[in-house]
Design a protein around this ligand. Structure first.
Ligand SMILES: [Zn+2]
Length: 385
């Protein structure tokens, strides 16, 4: 267990970053004016940590699944009303099961899926795969029933699978995608691209160059893109920026940020070793939580009723926990390793999805929440994670 724990956190942290003051460098290009629904908040709100491969639609949840022998990857679906798991396939008489699929099955994905790249928007499931045929990271989408597969574009070469990080949102007919390649000792440039889904044209709308430049956790709120940016691959200490899609005005909001979410119309961010702050749309800032020894940094998640924290970098013996952030306190702490081994992945309005590690294998599990947002039960699915 100890070894696993170490690996998990080293793995998680290696994906995340360090801080530094950074200049905004914007590649000026002609931009169509975009005015989307200001309530369209990205699904970043539900993601507990980098690595989550779960996406939510109106009727269910999509998972990146593995076959029982881990040799194949495919898309599984969990229905909200029936609570049943299935393979995302529309073919009659297909030979699939949650244990294995063949390469002809609708759900089969040829190539490794890039971490945290599963995303649902208006009838389509999007993901990025490492394309074995051309060694590119390729952005793809599948219709909600699994029947139609489409390649949108190749994003980047992948000489080394560990050396790139992507974060994107789908807004109307556009995909805004942050592309980073942090693992080098030399200067690198991370960019945000605007991709037109129909014409497949791509424009770089923002770029950032530094030693190990990173742009992560891209989200969208009120016609602005929000993201964390860092250099030198720092550990969860990055600068939070907003970028207005129409005016291309880039603004630094705060430094040393390890996580942020939107809650109603407020921006909530966790400043490492300091506290959790809320900023209103008018720019008023209040500190709503003071960090303690075991909450110096972590991840914020909001499900429409409650804000949860995950202190996945914990200096204390008890290890990481999920807790409810209420009235300046973190309540109802659930220790993920003490109660079996659970890695929280995705939060919805009434449940938390986690990966459960047991002797039987690695499965998706669900923490069912009561009306107050406390964990009342844990159920394992049949989907291998
Ligand atoms: Zn099938």
């Amino acid at each position: 267990m100890k070894d696993f724990k170490k690996k998990l956190f080293v793995g998680t942290l290696s994906l995340v970053m360090l801080f530094n003051l950074a200049a905004c460098s914007v590649n000026k290009k002609q931009n169509d004016a975009i005015n989307y629904d200001s309530n369209n908040i990205s699904e970043k709100n539900g993601v507990f940590m980098i690595g989550s491969n779960i996406a939510e639609s109106e009727n269910g949840y999509y998972f990146m699944a593995k076959s029982a022998n881990w040799s194949k990857r495919f898309i599984a679906y969990y229905d909200k009303s029936s609570n049943e798991s299935s393979v995302l396939c529309s073919k009659i008489n297909c030979n699939h099961s949650l244990e294995d699929v063949d390469t002809e099955c609708d759900a089969y994905v040829d190539g490794e899926i890039v971490s945290e790249s599963l995303y649902y928007n208006e009838g389509y499931l999007y993901f990025i795969k490492r394309n074995k045929s051309n060694y590119m990271c390729t952005l793809c989408r599948v219709s909600a029933d699994g029947s139609e597969h489409e390649i949108i574009c190749d994003l980047k070469e992948t000489p080394d699978a560990r050396n790139s990080y992507f974060s994107y949102v789908v807004i109307g007919n556009y995909i805004f995608c942050a592309i980073s390649s942090p693992d080098t000792e030399n200067e690198t440039t991370s960019i945000i691209e605007k991709i037109n889904i129909e014409s497949k044209t791509r424009d770089t709308i923002y770029s950032y160059t530094s030693i190990r430049a990173d742009i992560v956790e891209l989200s969208y709120h009120d016609n602005k893109l929000y993201f964390r940016q860092s250099e030198s691959a720092g550990l969860l200490l990055s600068d939070l920026y907003s970028f207005d899609i129409n005016t291309e005005v880039c603004k630094k909001i705060s430094d040393d940020i390890c996580s942020y979410i939107f809650f109603d119309d407020k921006l909530i961010y966790w400043k490492s070793y300091d506290g959790i702050y809320e900023e209103t749309s008018k720019g008023d800032v209040n500190k709503i939580y003071e960090v303690e020894e075991d909450t110096v940094k972590g991840s914020l998640v909001y499900n429409g009723s409650n804000i949860y924290v995950l202190n996945f970098y914990s200096a204390t013996e008890e290890g990481p926990f999920i807790g409810l952030l209420k009235n300046g306190e973190i309540e109802d702490r659930f220790y993920c390793f003490e109660n079996g081994t659970y890695v929280p992945m995705y939060l919805t309005n009434d449940r938390i999805f986690a990966i459960s590690y047991s002797q039987e294998g690695q499965y998706y599990a669900i923490f069912l929440l009561d009306e107050e947002g406390k964990i009342k039960d844990i159920v394992r699915t049949d989907i291998i994670g």
